[in-house]
Design a protein around this ligand. Structure first.
Ligand SMILES: *Cc1c(COP(=O)(O)O)cnc(C)c1O
Length: 360
């Protein structure tokens, strides 16, 4: 069997050309006589890999000079603790809880200070983004926290919340590099790369320099202090070296594609094919409020759990993999990240049409 269309939410599809290039360089990276996996992170060859990766990311996202880019480990989940440890000077933070990941971050922050849930969409199974234009932001909040694209529920903030001057911290794991962003609107943008950029094991943190201080909560480990990694340009200890190398290749690929504006157009085109079909289908329906629909994660249901299971099974047999929805929503979810080709989305919709005819 050849390669399938992989709709996994993460780890997820990577550009085939990136995988091929990595395969070509596997045994002997650019005449060094060794694989990037075998290389010292202090070597000249690796120094160039990590510096080029950072420079390309800065160019893609137009990251201003007063922001640091950190390549860290521990998954996005480790940031749920690292953020409060480093930012909670007043021991207060406000959370907009729009899904499981935001909820986990909110719960973890409670270990370190007062975490306030200032808005939530839990009343309707996180199927929408609440109005965030005039929320009760705490006067002494150290930051306001959001999960910008909700991987499980398929919602996305189309507009950033009004933080009333407070620092905005955003988990962009599942929408990283899917469209242009104005970095200056954030204090921290971070995400695990295994959704939309690279292999699991790397977390990218883009952090405004004034938020990087020695004044962290007592007991914060050296490894969980942003300053440690910022001062050492992400080489304080051995970084997830091979993962960063693959991320670098994906940045190059995105640049060749034309950058984030072009990618956004492509993502909109792909998502439209699927959403248009869901809107006219008599069998399938989307689970999210239209105005809040994600371009990356598209949950849908038939309304019949048995039929959902049949769909997932038959789709797999047709080379359309990992379409089972998250257990908290049920049904299906198609993750259509940057690296999912439009042919994959078309194949999915064609299969859904056929399934609908056979099962309605
Ligand atoms: C997957 C995901 C996480 C958790 O990522 P880990 O790297 O597994 O810790 C957090 N936030 C969002 C939005 C995610 O999609």
């Amino acid at each position: 069997m050849g390669r399938v269309y992989n709709f996994s939410a993460g780890p997820a599809v990577l550009p085939e050309c990136v995988l091929k290039e990595a395969a070509d360089e596997m045994l002997n990276y650019k005449g060094t006589g060794m694989s990037v996996m075998e290389m010292s992170h202090r070597s000249k060859a690796y120094d160039e890999i990590i510096k080029t990766a950072e420079a390309d990311l800065r160019e893609l996202m137009n990251i201003p000079d007063n922001y640091k880019v950190l390549f860290l480990q521990g998954g996005a989940s480790q940031q749920f603790a690292m953020i409060p440890m480093n930012l909670m000077k007043n021991k207060v933070a406000d959370f907009i809880v729009t899904g499981q990941w935001a909820k986990k971050a909110y719960q973890e922050a409670q270990k370190y200070g007062k975490a306030n849930k200032i808005a939530t969409s839990e009343d309707k199974t996180f199927s929408y983004i609440p109005d965030c234009s005039d929320l009760p932001i705490s006067d002494d909040a150290d930051y306001v926290y959001i999960c910008e694209n909700n991987t499980i529920y398929g919602t996305k903030f189309k507009e950033l919340p009004n933080t009333k001057g407070k620092v905005l911290v955003s988990d962009v794991s599942s929408c990283f590099l899917s469209e242009p962003v104005d970095v200056t609107k954030y204090g921290i943008i971070y995400g695990g790369v295994q959704k939309n950029i690279g292999p699991a094991g790397v977390v990218i943190v883009i952090i405004r320099e004034d938020l990087i201080t020695e004044d962290v909560l007592p007991g914060t480990p050296t490894m969980l202090t942003y300053k440690t990694h910022a001062d050492a340009n992400s080489l304080y200890n051995t970084p997830p070296a091979y993962g960063i190398y693959i991320c670098g290749k994906v940045f190059k690929w995105l640049k060749e594609m034309g950058g984030l504006s072009t990618i956004k157009e492509y993502n909109e085109k792909k998502a439209k094919i699927l959403y248009d079909f869901l809107d006219e289908s008599k069998l399938f329906k989307g689970t999210v409020e239209k105005k809040d629909r994600s371009l990356m994660n598209v949950p849908f249901v038939t309304g019949d759990a048995e039929l959902d299971a049949k769909f997932v099974k038959e789709a797999k047999e047709a080379g359309l993999e990992n379409l089972k929805g998250h257990r908290s929503v049920g049904g299906m979810r198609a993750s259509i990240y940057n690296a999912m080709p439009i042919e994959g989305v078309k194949a999915l919709v064609a299969f859904m049409k056929k399934f609908e005819e056979e099962n309605l």
